[in-house]
Ligand binder design. Structure first.
Ligand SMILES: *Cc1c(COP(=O)(O)O)cnc(C)c1O
Length: 390
């Protein structure tokens, strides 16, 4: 015990010395555009609750109703204790949203990724991964034991050059985020589809941040680019714009049947709880019925980008609610985040290893439920904090 604590404390000290020590803040209010963090009221500018659904009364009611009807827990793996009808209904609705034949729900997006990739590829296979892919895709690739090759971010020429010996391998998978989680840019999905066609590879798009946000129906990046039917493995999460918890994969009936038989994180884990499934169905209803939430989200993101630029911050163009303010050194990002928090704005500082060394940043994310007043107040805080860093 003593030696364990000793070893770990020494390592923590090292992490602290590099300015990379992290802790989770205590939040004392419901998920929303404003919150109370350790006693301080703040505007939340770091949430993935893009559409403002996590605190929507319809989701809260649906969660309570589902628990009342189906119980608090799912009681086992679906292969042993069965699929609650509620979860199957959710999967059918997810398949419809994604223009796919079928969908399979996992307990998180992370679980989906680490369950799907090793089920699809293994020894003797090849997997290509974008350099800025989310950790769950990286871990899924590692777990698969396939040969993993990383291509420079969104660089099709580089990806193609890594496929010259494609024939040496049995299967080939290309895995990419749809919307990159720390930069907010979109993957070149059409070009990746073409590359996969040409090279006899399968494309897996993790659309954690596009689902509910992009496309006319909120179906995500595939709809945004009009590529329905061309991405065989569409992964997503229920925990971001949909405001709940859980991950999913949508694709052909064969893909889903295969994953149900082969995906270890699906097979050896208890199914999502009824409350979560109920809330997710309510969220899908709102995504379909209230497209104005997406319009408001886009308008809020545009307003914030414009306002930050007017204040002299460098902000890249983008069409997602994710706005990175790259600061550089980890300490500088933390200092800026602290200054903003003192001014009532809560934005997470993102440091290595989540982002590459030297690109520590504030990851600003805006919500459909931020009011004009919220955004003006936030911009005023950015104006005053900026004087501290320049
Ligand atoms: C958040 C995220 C995930 C993980 O989803 P969870 O449901 O939170 O486990 C997967 N992929 C990407 C790109 C993400 O941003």
């Amino acid at each position: 015990m003593d030696t364990l604590d000793h070893a770990l404390a020494a390592e923590l000290e090292e992490i602290r010395a590099r300015g990379l020590y992290r802790r989770a803040r205590r939040v004392e209010s419901m998920a929303g555009p404003r919150a109370v963090v350790e006693g301080r009221p703040v505007i939340v500018l770091g949430s993935n609750n893009y559409l403002g659904l996590a605190d929507h009364p319809a989701l809260v009611r649906a969660a309570a109703a589902a628990a009342a009807e189906w119980g608090a827990g799912a009681t086992g793996s679906r292969l042993t204790t069965g699929s609650q009808a509620l979860v199957e209904d959710l999967e059918n609705e997810l398949a419809l949203l994604k223009s796919a034949e079928a969908a399979l729900v996992f307990t998180s997006g992370y679980q989906a990724a680490v369950g799907v990739i090793p089920a699809l590829v293994g020894r003797g296979d090849l997997v290509l991964s974008d350099a800025l892919n989310h950790a769950c895709l990286i871990d899924g690739c590692r777990l698969s034991r396939a040969e993993v090759r990383v291509y420079r971010h969104a660089d099709l020429d580089h990806a193609r050059s890594l496929l010259t010996d494609r024939r040496r391998f049995r299967r080939c998978l290309i895995a990419t985020d749809g919307v990159f989680s720390m930069d907010g840019d979109l993957a070149p999905v059409r070009a990746l589809c073409d590359l996969c066609d040409e090279m006899d590879a399968w494309l897996m798009v993790d659309d954690a941040h596009g689902t509910g946000v992009l496309g006319r129906r909120g179906a995500g990046v595939v709809e945004r680019f009009g590529l329905q039917g061309r991405v065989p493995v569409q992964m997503g999460t229920l925990s971001k714009a949909l405001g709940c918890q859980g991950g999913f994969v949508a694709g052909s009936r064969v893909l889903v049947d295969y994953l149900l038989n082969r995906s270890r994180s699906f097979i050896f884990s208890t199914a999502p709880s009824p409350a979560v499934a109920g809330a997710a169905r309510a969220a899908l209803g709102l995504v379909a019925q209230e497209p104005e939430r997406r319009d408001r989200l886009a308008a809020n993101a545009a307003r914030l980008r414009r306002g930050l630029r007017e204040l002299g911050w460098e902000v890249a163009d983008g069409e997602t609610p994710i706005i990175p303010l790259v600061v550089g050194p980890a300490e500088a990002a933390v200092r800026l985040a602290r200054a903003l928090e003192e001014r009532g704005v809560w934005v997470p500082a993102i440091r290595p290893p989540t982002v590459p060394v030297g690109t520590a940043r504030l990851r600003i994310s805006v919500m459909a439920t931020h009011t004009d007043a919220d955004l003006e107040e936030a911009l005023a805080a950015f104006a005053s904090a900026r004087e501290l860093v320049v």
